[in-house]
Design a protein around this ligand. Structure first.
Ligand code: BTN
Length: 250
């Protein structure tokens, strides 16, 4: 089923949203809207992105008609910022639960995986006006029926439809996802949100290597703290607190 303004309007009302059949990046559009005063919970949705951004400066692939690309505008207090990306990953994991998928996990920090392959990514971008927090844009990309065969992502990415073996309606997915986001937004800052995110992490207790471009650390992924940082114990028994990076097992 196609994404249209009319179908979205019917399914998402009374939500405040903007829909684009084609966009550069929904995060860019949402940042502009946030600066112009967009309300808490407003959403930018695109059917196709030409300049989708991923974490760590990577490109995020959103071909027309086969994915979900959205950015939710939130106005949390400063101290609740670390939980915004947790909230995104949690809501996506719950969408996967709702579909009846199994082997769902969150790979630190916020990649949602099905069968240990990435089905979704989260990119929060914070906007400041000097020292005043204007708000945050929570970018979410979900592979619904993206075909990764023959690409460099063939072994590491997956789409919801291929994991499930049936076709899905993106409007229904979006409607459920935004409901979960709304629910968790009401609990931003709570221990319950942190605990629910932590319970989804699929590499705690494993030997991992984390790299962030400048350095790599190998050790045991021991825990996460409430700010979302990963605590890694290296073989020399030092506990490292890592706030950003990419993980590989082993
Ligand atoms: C990641 O690297 O895992 C994060 C990917 C986030 C992609 C989404 S798609 C909607 C929003 N707009 C963007 O340009 N990026 C995010």
């Amino acid at each position: 089923m196609t994404l249209t303004q009319e179908r979205l309007h019917t399914a998402l009302a009374p939500l405040v949203f903007q829909f684009f059949t084609q966009a550069g990046s929904t995060n860019d559009l949402a940042i502009d809207w946030l600066k112009q005063g967009a309300p808490n919970g407003a959403v930018v949705i695109a059917d196709e992105q030409l300049k989708g951004r991923g974490r760590m400066g990577r490109t995020w692939y959103t071909p027309q008609g086969v994915a979900l690309a959205l950015s939710v505008i939130l106005h949390p207090p400063d101290e609740e910022l670390p939980q915004v990306s947790m909230l995104g990953a949690l809501a996506i994991a719950e969408l996967c639960d709702q579909l009846g998928l199994s082997d769902i996990g969150v790979k630190w920090p916020n990649d949602v995986q099905v069968n240990r392959r990435k089905v979704s990514g989260v990119l929060p971008e914070v906007v400041w006006d000097g020292t005043h927090l204007t708000g945050v844009v929570l970018g979410i990309g979900i592979n619904v029926r993206v075909d990764f065969s023959g690409t460099e992502l063939a072994e590491t990415a997956i789409s919801l439809e291929s994991a499930l073996g049936e076709s899905l309606d993106r409007v229904e997915l979006l409607s459920y996802l935004l409901g979960r986001i709304d629910d968790w937004t009401g609990r931003l800052g709570s221990y319950a949100l942190f605990a629910a995110w932590k319970a989804r992490l699929n590499m705690i207790g494993n030997l991992v290597t984390v790299s962030n471009g400048d350095y790599g650390i190998q050790g045991m992924a021991q825990d996460v703290d409430e700010q979302g940082a990963l605590l890694i114990r290296t073989p020399d028994d030092v506990l490292h607190r890592v706030i950003a990076g990419d993980i590989v097992m082993g």
